[in-house]
Every structure is written in structure tokens, then in C-alpha cells.
Design a protein around this ligand. Sequence first.
Ligand SMILES: [Fe+2]
Length: 185
Amino acid sequence: MQCVKPINTQMKYWKYLDLNWRPASLRLREYALSRPEVLEPGSYFKLQDHADIVNHVPEVVEMLEPLKIDIRFIAFFVQLTNNCNIHVDQDSQYTRINIPILNCEHSETKFFTSSKGPVRALEASGVPYYYYEPEYCTCVSSYKLDGAILLRVREPHQVVIHGDHYPRISCSIGYKQDLTHLLDE
Ligand SMILES: [Fe+2]
């Protein structure tokens, strides 16, 4: 499925945030690659001990300072194959902040509308998740993760990797505040 010409919609699905993300990204890459469990197959979503990250990588806290938010979780999203399902994230908030860690320049994050509701499935770990069938989906927006990006995680989305650039690792940060309004500015 291509998203060569995304359909223009009123909704803004993502935006760049003017944050000092590079120092955090470099240190988080070292942190992720020094932990074998991060690269283990299974779940894409590798929730981290966020107090440990804050300790080892204070650059994450410094990066987020301008937003005045309270971190709720930090996770690595690790992709070892070309496609992940079109899905919505199970999160109490509508948005998250993602920054690139490894190989993200060869990937595309796509957003969709779907004419059919989601299908319930189980991850290898037994955790339920919901995915959308591609034949009912229309790509409406996309981005390449090459900065700090605020995105709507409760709209159907998917990460596609172009070429054999694995693993693709991003860092996903959840927080207590609702930042949806930033997408309307
Ligand atoms: Fe997601």
C-alpha cells in the first residue's frame, strides 16, 4: 500500500517539536544497544524502567524541559521486519513524542482512516491489541522520523521500512498532560 499522495484532511496527525533531541537520541542509542533484551524478537513495544533512563540519560529530561510535562513512560519501539500492522496504541493519552534512535531515516510512519473497525488479536506475550485490515484503509498522512515528533497514537498508523535497514528503533515518550492542542496550533 502506498501513500504517495496523502489525502489532505483537516486533522493534523503529527508535527515537529522544536526540542534538542540529538543528544538524547545518541545516548539512548547507546543505552538501547547495550541491553540485549531490547533487540529480542516478540513485542515491538519495549517498555523501559523510566527512572533508570532518567538516571543514565539526563539528556531526555533536558530535551523535554521546554514542554513542562511529567514523563509517564519511556519505551523503545523496535521493528525487525518491513511492516508492522496498522494499529492504534493502547494509551490513555491521544499523543506521544517520538524521537529517532536507529535506522529511522529509512522508514515512514503512515496514518490512515478506515471504513471498518479494528480486529482484536493477541501479541506473542498474550497482550491484546487491535489492528486494521489494509484493504479498508486509506493513507491520509505520513512522515519520516528525523526529529522530535508529536503524533496522534490513537489514530490508525503503521511504520514501514524501505529496504533492509534493521533494526529500526525509535523512542516513544508518554506523559501525563494532554498535548493534543499543540497539533491544532
Ligand atoms: Fe503505534
